[in-house]
Design a protein around this ligand. Sequence first.
Ligand code: FAD
Length: 617
Amino acid sequence: MKKRAQALAIGTREDIIMLDKAPDRKISDLLNALDKALSAGEVERVVDLFQTDCYWRDLVTFTWNIKTMEGKEQVRDMLKARLADTKPSNWKIADGEVASEVDGVAESWIQFETGVARGFGHLRLKEGRIWTLLTTMSELKGHEEPVGFDRPMGAKHGAERNRKTWKEEREAEAAELGYSRQPYCVIVGGGQGGIAIGARLRQLNVPTIIIEKNERPGDSWRKRYKSLCLHDPVWYDHLPYLPFPRNWPVFSPKDKIGDWLEMYTKVMELNYWGSTECKKASYDEKSREWTVIVQRDGKEVVLKPKQLVLATGMSAKPNMPKFEGMDIFKGDQHHSSQHPGPDKYKNKKAVVIGSNNSAHDICAALWEAGADVTMVQRSTTHVVKSDSLMELGLASLYSEQAVQSGMTTAKADLIFASLPYKILHEFQIPVYNAIRERDADYYKRLEKAGFLLDYGDDDSGLFMKYLRRGSGYYIDVGASELVANGSIKLKSGIDVKKLTEHSVILTDGTELPADLVVYATGYGSMNGFAADLISREVADKVGKVWGLGSNTTKDPGPWEGEQRNMWKPTQQEGLWFHGGNLHQSRHYSQFLSLQLKARMEGIPTPVYGLQKVHHLS
Ligand SMILES: Cc1cc2nc3c(=O)[nH]c(=O)nc-3n(C[C@H](O)[C@H](O)[C@H](O)COP(=O)(O)OP(=O)(O)OC[C@H]3O[C@@H](n4cnc5c(N)ncnc54)[C@H](O)[C@@H]3O)c2cc1C
């Protein structure tokens, strides 16, 4: 009896509080208690299973939204609104998994069901109660992807007159979709984002057309500056369904990733309309249908989908500064996205405005080609060595060591997803502190050269900057050494005043002679595409895309808890935004595709907590 009493550490609920239990027991007991309380519809009993300081991140299962409930009150509110409808059941440790415990936190992969779907998730317990809960939708019941035992036959055994081959069926589909038969979904933008969501929708049998103004899949990478290689390593970059082979380089050169995307588009049987530009789109609230006007091979085609996904790129709408004298400048000038590469600038004078990724890559390539290069840095930049980022920032989830120790891409994505945005910076700050210590001499040398450094507003480093503002950093693959040793000249803490016919004048009066000016000044919010293609009104109705509302530089509050407008319902019915880096595109395309499939099948999808709009761009 005494022993049993000692095992009770806190609270009142014997079934969840025995701290000397094995992690599996702890998690199973909690899941049993959760299952019972949810099935009984007893919201208070469910809420009692959560810590005061708790997070429940739901990817589409309860909320038909991407939403994090922070604290018991938000959990309570959500359950009151959604529990009866969701009908969750069968909560257990995921098949084949075992729970673990480190530093008093027990954790496990979990599985469960709702009335319409199967779910997978992750649970962390602290002191016997739920600290973090991730619930994600894996598949819709009755609409599973055709995999494993359900894979397509391919061949049609038997004998049949006028049988069609796979090729003939593909050709027939390509000929009719968009003409005699309307797609359910149109994706504007056939970069990696449009391709990934297109592949998911294909597997879910959602008739879809991808509209891309470039000729070939992969061109959005091919057309970027010559020296570009992916900044993220291969383990982070896989596409859905078809991972890169084991001999794929760590950092894909841009043309190689372009070829992979082209191959992928073909083998995944996507209806990809290259050389096709979307000109206009409008939504009819009555028929709940889009009219999408596209120009294909010089001819106008009108598409009538129910859903419109803008996958036009979050790094695609150039922020072009306006400086006095740009109209009289006699040299070449362009935004970084238009930069052709360094070849014609040997022995020329180049001024690159900006100090983030593109600016560094372009400066280094120009220097290698023999140009005289000056970088103009207006404000601080976060710089992190690629090696350090890989070893200290990514290795536990995305690296060869992670693969060797059994980590899969799907699990790595879900572990990442299980860390609530509200506290993600707390996990990131120690990583960047360690990087700062390890690379202290390197940072000193950069500062000595005049480079203005930061580590994020709260020292949480690169990934938080990416999530919050999508800019303000350089993953150093070599250019910083050129800045430190003066090979790339630097003017920092300063802005451009104006251009003359042959030079750039800075605000301190310095004149930089220039044959080339590159504006590496970043990109604007994706709702700018909605303004271009649909209307200003709709762009304002959905508001700013990206950012968390962290109230840090370029990510104004209030706190949103999730990335604005990405992969989830927006204020405009039938309008969706998809994109981000390869990791996000892979991971979130699963949840966007399930939201679209459910709508196509007429499964009710009441959205809980549709985000409000606080910023227009
Ligand atoms: C220099 C640079 C380096 C990057 N490095 C990495 C990296 O290492 N790893 C990583 O994961 N991410 C990286 N990114 C970020 C991001 O992953 C890429 O920008 C990626 O290309 C985004 O894919 P996307 O499909 O969302 O957009 P995009 O590749 O920009 O594709 C959007 C497509 O939409 C098309 N489009 C736009 N408007 C229309 C229209 N009206 N009609 C038809 N088509 C239209 C465009 O032609 C384009 O092909 C980098 C970005 C940049 C700019």
